[in-house]
Design a protein around this ligand. Structure first.
Ligand code: TYD
Ligand code: MG
Length: 450
């Protein structure tokens, strides 16, 4: 067997024959790691799967009811309507965020379905202890503490479970290659072997993978190419909310999210997030505004909190939690240039309440208004929420799903909602819809008491 050494970038997967300090493809420093390739085996991926056949596209039948119901509305939705047999799902997230809890809980709620939970991280006793905290009456949930991939697949072969969870891909290894467990080669090889097994036996696998603080899958970006679906479990560890997001899905849309709350007895699905995200007592507090965001396809009311204060030292701080900080800087520039509000010597802190991370730019207006409210120390009217993207010229730009946004605001008892001017919407009763074209108009409207 001939072994060749190559160097692979752990961030983007690019290969090089030399050890380099910086990856020539993605430009990251210090990410090249040594990998030993063994070339005795036939090239992977070209092995025929027991005689392929050519057939007409229209003759191929796929029934959607083949999907496995996960007994969880949130998870089913994020997966695109249930788990597809034979598919490979990667469940990624920072350490401690709740991946193992989610995976175990999902299996525990499947009742009679035969499932296998293979853990390379915890002992059988630890898994049992965890399961005692979580509700569910699994009848056919099998667990095994094992780090050898071969053994896990052997167990799966004899047990023939309907779903297998491998927790986590970084803690298991295959005997086929010599690399250490957790290394790039091991992770990649294990994933490839699991994929092959999954497709051959039509068994779906959920593999747990750790990601680092900056959001990259530890080790392999390459994993993302191998698997069918990438689910990201995220949230702030200091808060109880967790969001499950599909980053890639061969069998469904990537715009869906599931929202969970971490409790002492496992994760609870949150079906009506807006009610929980709004604090009931906001009266008279400056620096707080309510935005109507859409995450996935669901409208969400979000509390935006801002605090500005005089900078203690030379350079003012700009800090943002749950919102893109570059976008915050852009909005502060708009505030300065278009409204003439100077924040140069001020620290600005921004926080999305509940520890959520919001990608929807429709919360721009609420962010801007919250900053303004804090620096003038004037509270905003509590009966009014808003939605609108802010452009560089200080114009308020249209947003998607406007009817759903208005509907959600009305449902939660707001009497007024600010939306971008000229945006078509269905007539609604019970809430006043105010169209504004420019940031200055919104500011005049909201701060008119001053
Ligand atoms: P865990 O699933 O071990 O995280 P991961 O697998 O992503 O590393 O969950 C870690 C945290 O969740 C841990 O700090 C304890 C907490 N937790 C609860 O709050 N309630 C529960 O019912 C369980 C099982 C865990
Ligand atoms: Mg874990």
């Amino acid at each position: 067997m001939k072994a060749t050494v190559t160097y692979t970038c752990s961030s983007c997967g690019a290969r090089s024959s030399q050890m380099l300090g910086r990856c020539p493809v993605c430009g990251e420093w210090g990410t090249m790691v040594e990998e030993v390739l063994q070339s005795a085996a036939p090239a992977k991926g070209v092995r025929s799967r027991s005689g392929s056949q050519v057939q007409k596209l229209q003759d191929v039948s796929v029934q959607d009811d083949q999907r496995i119901d996960m007994h969880s509305a949130e998870l089913n939705r994020v997966l695109g309507g249930g788990l597809v047999p034979g598919s490979l799902v990667l469940l990624g997230g920072e350490p401690g965020i709740g991946k193992s809890t989610l995976a175990l809980q999902v299996l525990m709620q499947l009742g009679k379905t035969t499932t296998l939970y293979a853990s390379g991280e915890e002992s059988v006793k630890q898994i049992k202890l965890r399961s005692e905290r979580i509700a569910g009456t699994p009848e056919n949930l099998y667990i095994v503490a094992e780090t050898s991939l071969e053994k896990i697949l052997e167990h799966a072969k004899t047990l023939k479970p309907d779903i297998v969870v491998v927790d986590s891909i970084q803690t298991i290894g295959t005997e086929a290659i010599e690399a250490t467990i957790g290394s790039l080669s091991q992770v990649r090889e294990c994933a490839a072997r699991i994929l092959q097994f999954a497709k051959e036996t039509n068994t779906p696998f959920i593999i747990v993978g750790h990601i680092t603080k900056d959001g990259a899958l530890a080790g392999p970006k390459v994993l993302e190419h191998i698997v069918d679906t990438v689910l990201q479990f995220e949230g702030d560890q200091h808060y109880m909310y967790r969001v499950l997001r599909a980053q890639k899905n061969r069998f469904g849309s990537t715009s869906e999210i599931g929202i969970y709350e971490m409790q002492h007895d496992g994760l609870r699905e949150v079906t009506n997030p807006s009610e929980l995200l709004l604090s009931s007592n906001r009266d008279g507090l400056s620096g707080i505004s309510i935005a109507v965001a859409v995450e996935g396809v669901r409208p969400l009311l979000i509390e935006v909190q801002a605090l500005t204060s005089s900078a203690a030292y030379g350079t003012p701080q700009r800090s943002s939690t749950g919102f893109d900080s570059r976008r915050l800087n852009m909005l502060l520039a708009v505030l300065e240039k278009r409204i003439g509000f100077k924040l140069l010597t001020k620290d600005v802190f921004l926080n999305i309440a509940g520890g959520l991370r919001v990608n929807d730019t429709a919360i721009d207006l609420a962010v801007l208004v919250a900053v303004l409210s804090s620096s003038m120390d004037i509270a905003l009217p509590t009966d009014c929420c808003m939605t609108g993207e802010v452009g560089l010229a200080g114009e308020i730009r249209p947003v998607n799903r406007i009817d759903q946004r208005i509907g959600e605001a009305r449902k939660l008892g707001f009497s007024r909602i600010i939306i971008p001017a000229g945006q078509k919407h269905q007539p609604v009763k019970g809430i006043q819809v105010i169209e504004v074209a420019r940031v200055t108009d919104a500011v005049r409207l909201l701060f008119k008491q001053s």
